[in-house]
Write a protein that binds this ligand. Sequence first.
Ligand SMILES: [Zn+2]
Length: 316
Amino acid sequence: MRTRLALARASTPGTNRPAGVSPPARAHPEVRRILHSSRSRIQRQTVPEPDTSSSHGHGNTTLPYREAVEALERDRLGPNPQPAAGKVCLTFDDGPQKGTEDCLNALAGTVPATFFLTGKNMASDPTEQKRLVERILSEGHQIGNHTYTHDPQADAEYRKTYGDLSDPKKLAQFEDNFNKNEAYFRKLLGASSPIFSLARLPGDGRFVTIGGKLVYVKQTEAMGMAHVGWDFEFGTSYISKKTKKEVPSFPHLKHLPWQGIDGVSADHSGFPSAGNVVLLHDRHWNGKQAKLEAVIAKLKSTGFGFGKLDSSGKCA
Ligand SMILES: [Zn+2]
């Protein structure tokens, strides 16, 4: 049985280092920095006693040292400082389009995701569009309705275009954008039954309230689709031609590099929480399959698994 040892109870004489947490002779500078900056916090950490009976070859000092450092890594992270093991659900918007292939390659048929499709974005190349959607489905991913045109997007455009949906013409226009997308992909895929049970309004749609009600989300659900928001967002970065500086793919993804991964940006510096729906955009990963693989690997190494959206749009 493993016992747990409070580091605060024992420290190596003459040092501020907890007993059993000796750094290797050539500790990585980042490791030294973490230990140096977190001495007060390390007193609160507990690490397992060295398991001398183990057969995995770690010595008495290396294993607890590594675990203590990993615990400190978790402790210093952003809004969710100690991410618990759990599932997150990856969702990709606006495809199929350039970048969809890279996303599918990174997911490798083993990490499930949901692709919210927008018919118009690749309507000029229906053959490629069909191939990509068929690949999405054949590799076990889900698809959702992201409207045919992707317009309107901004809050004011929504109000101007659809109002409060009490005008039958505007209501029909709202519903047509979903229905046209459904009909488009049904024709493309040769499907006779409805394709979409999940939907996501483009841009600000999920936030727009009129008279205190989320009118567009409610109407989407009244059409028989669960509306799926998101809790956490990833993107990439590019070098601005104007300033020559690295900027995130969307300005609000200002945490760059996210968790030290060059070229990856996010809206939070820390990790998602268990059960979070995570938003990405296919096009941001065009030619950047390795970046997405790095994000997936980082999440996995932190204890996350990957779930699917259930029929109510929750991450399960
Ligand atoms: Zn979108």
